[in-house]
Design a protein around this ligand. Sequence first.
Ligand SMILES: *[C@@H]1O[C@H](CO)[C@@H](O)[C@H](O)[C@H]1NC(C)=O
Ligand SMILES: *[C@@H]1O[C@H](CO)[C@@H](O)[C@H](O)[C@H]1NC(C)=O
Ligand SMILES: *[C@@H]1O[C@H](CO)[C@@H](O)[C@H](O)[C@H]1NC(C)=O
Ligand SMILES: [Zn+2]
Length: 516
Amino acid sequence: MGLKRITIASLATLGAVSALSAEQRPLVDDAPPHPPISGDSPSPKPLVNSEDLQATISTEALLSRAKRLFKIAQRSQEEYNHPTRVIGSEGHLATLDYIYSALAALGDYYTLSKQPFPAVTGAVYESRLLIDLALAESASPMGLTPPTKDKQPVDGNLVLVANEGCDAADYPSSLKGNIAFIQRGTCPFGTKSAHAGQAGAVAAVVFNYEDGPVAGTLGTPSPDHVATFGLSGVEAAPVVARLKAGETVPASAYIDATVDTITTTNIIAQTRGGDPEHCVMLGGHSDSVAEGPGINDDGSGSLTLLEVATQLANFSVNNCVRFAWWAGEEEGLLGSDYYVDVLPAEENLKIRLFMDYDMLASPNFAYQVYDARDAVNPVGSQALRDLYVDWYVQQGLNYTFIPFDGRSDYDGFIRHGIPGGGIATGAEGIKTKEEVALFGGEHGVPYDVCYHAICDTVSNLNLTAWELNTKLVAHSVATYARSFEGFPERTLEDASIKAAGAYAKGAKYHGSKLFI
Ligand SMILES: *[C@@H]1O[C@H](CO)[C@@H](O)[C@H](O)[C@H]1NC(C)=O
Ligand SMILES: *[C@@H]1O[C@H](CO)[C@@H](O)[C@H](O)[C@H]1NC(C)=O
Ligand SMILES: *[C@@H]1O[C@H](CO)[C@@H](O)[C@H](O)[C@H]1NC(C)=O
Ligand SMILES: [Zn+2]
């Protein structure tokens, strides 16, 4: 299997590249140009196969990468007082350098590109919601919320908004100078906050229809947004009753926050070999939350990709393989959304499927497979789901299905008609007794106690789960790099957002936070 000569056409396969202006165009192709094929080229590499690629995966290699990544996260110590790889931090910049230079060291096996994009970041420094002078314990500021006026407390009466506050007419004129009290449901939090702002509210509270708290995000900033909290259903219920009885309920809201736009970068690596019209794509996210170093979330997935990309370089492929390290996942899937948004239709169609690898080594893990079904997802998603299932079964391991509901970077792909799926090992969810029977571990404890926390360090990784899942990632790459036989073809119709309508309807998440 000879190596293909690099042509302009194969650069265009880097999807987004062709959609960007010359100025925005990412750095493509740092590596020296590939020499033309000649009679005395180095000995051909064997065609990849699942068994051989899996055999290259070792715990030692993964662990040493994880230790390196933690050191990288420590570079943010000075600015954040703890290790983190949040976008904009030294730790994230160094993560990008590490990934890029490790790929560049593989010579000309991959065409590398950096795709810069604007990312909105929010930081909340302090917040407080008082209802009738009492602290609302479950109140949590929404992601990307603006501060209250002059970053000072604002006072007003709570005003119950009609219905679910999805319509401007639901907001009464009495809201002016007061605080909107809005039930969660039907439309995004951002829409509610904007309606409240337009109606003259000084702040907004979205209360849950379920007992629990609301950890949400307003999403894309709007000048109409006002400072917005989420509130648990339990804490809201007596307040709603009082408001419905016509009582006046005074409140005080305070949020000190900033919302900024910075530039961050996706990294894309595509094999020069293999049919560039038929690519298998996979991704993990290079960033962490601000609260911690993110060694499991998603150090595990992004290092798995790096290790598989490194080992794949010893093989040839029939189909092109495209790896992505997304940035801004934690701010709401920004990097992957941007990538698919600027992808021209003909480039979209070259991506036969997208595989998401986010959190592969949770300490109290379950082997989770996204329940991606053809009935509500682009056709092919289910075949990918079954590839994972078959592999776990073949290893004599148990697995469990989890909702395919928009919590990670597959979201943009599905919404743009590209089949998708993936595996994970669990985040803040609590392991059940039944799952302990399936996977071992502890019941009543989160899959990852250090999810989005400062303790998401190297010792937060379960290496057994990590090695095993990395082998499964290798299996998925090798399988589709060899052949798409039996895997559904893409069609132009698929590439339209309409194809994903059914999926979009049910989704409440966009990234780790709720948006509806
Ligand atoms: C695979 O490639 C690495 C360099 O990435 C090289 O050090 C190693 O010897 C190769 N292994 C095989 C079996 O060819
Ligand atoms: C799979 O689950 C069954 C039923 O709970 C259990 O008996 C078995 O030991 C599990 N297998 C593994 C490999 O953990
Ligand atoms: C990882 O999980 C396995 C299986 O539950 C367990 O035996 C092992 O002790 C765990 N390792 C670590 C480092 O937590
Ligand atoms: Zn993640």
